[in-house]
Design a protein around this ligand. Structure first.
Ligand SMILES: Cc1cc2nc3c(=O)[nH]c(=O)nc-3n(C[C@H](O)[C@H](O)[C@H](O)COP(=O)(O)O)c2cc1C
Length: 265
């Protein structure tokens, strides 16, 4: 009798603890038709807006909707078939129709006394994190776009002011944008203005080198402006630019005066 009471108390304690874990927890029974939910904690009810009585005995797919990725659903289906652990993030819908991102872990649990496998699902609402990631992705692509601001000055001349620091990614992005621009506009000259570049390192050096090669192939001349005297010293360890025969000017204004003169003659 006492042992039974202790068991009940222990079960109540575990139930109360699972209700407070801060995530959704559900158990499904794959021995029953369509693998229905046989348990859900308070966290799951709060996250989805459904009461337990409304959803127990239903398959969890009722949370899916129009924008749920079918590839993720297929991954779940395949994982369950093989009795494997599944981890996906998918769009689900609350009772009021609003969408949330569900980080879902499912794992099979074998209960020895019953010699039966149940599935335990742990759901976490990660909508805030997903929205922040989306926003960050949007800002990063905006920064990429703004990091190669090509300014057309006249029909055959454009200026690209270099600002900030460089790495392989940025260089790659710049070359892509420049080649696209030159292909569209068929410039005679591209002025690369370096007055806002404060330290000359290998990445900048390679940037100029590769841009010159690219433009050469496309029939556009690269002109460099704004080179500081210190760059000559800082560029010493890298390959010599001598053979590139680049046109350089102190300022964009000076370059434009000369180039306009060249074009008109
Ligand atoms: C324990 C468990 C928890 C699940 N929880 C969710 C869930 O929170 N959201 C969801 O969209 N699907 C969930 N599923 C997946 C669906 O119940 C179903 O397995 C999935 O949609 C693939 O099967 P179907 O193609 O027959 O729909 C869960 C599955 C199990 C076994």
């Amino acid at each position: 009798m006492f042992a039974r009471l202790e068991e009940i108390q222990q079960n109540e304690f575990i139930k109360a603890a699972i209700d407070r874990v801060g995530t959704g927890v559900v158990i499904t029974d794959p021995e029953q038709e369509d693998n229905p939910m046989v348990y859900c904690n308070k966290g799951f009810q709060e996250m989805t807006g459904y009461e337990a009585e409304e959803i127990l005995s239903r398959n969890c797919r009722f949370l899916q909707g129009e924008e749920t990725n079918s590839v993720d659903v297929e991954r779940i289906r395949n994982g369950l078939e093989k009795r494997e652990t599944v981890h996906v993030e998918l769009k689900n819908y609350r009772k009021d129709g609003s969408m949330f991102w569900n980080e879902l872990h499912i794992f099979p649990v074998h209960i020895e006394q019953m010699d039966q496998v149940y599935f335990v699902g742990v759901q976490k609402d990660v909508t805030y994190r997903r929205e922040q990631e989306e926003l960050l992705g949007h800002y990063l692509s905006e920064v990429k776009r703004l990091s190669t601001p090509i300014v057309p000055i006249q029909d055959s001349i454009s200026v690209l002011p270099l600002v900030g620091t460089f790495d392989d990614d940025r260089l790659h992005q710049m070359l892509e944008t420049v080649s696209h621009h030159v292909k569209e506009s068929k410039e005679d000259y591209l002025i690369l203005d370096m007055s806002a570049v404060y330290s000359y390192d290998e990445a900048v050096h390679m940037g100029i080198y590769q841009m010159n090669q690219l433009l050469d192939l496309m029939g556009t001349k690269l002109v460099i402006t704004g080179i500081k005297p210190t760059f000559a010293i800082q560029s010493a360890p890298y390959a010599d630019f001598g053979e590139l025969s680049l046109q350089t000017y102190a300022t964009v204004k000076q370059a434009l005066e000369t180039l306009r003169h060249e074009i008109n003659n």
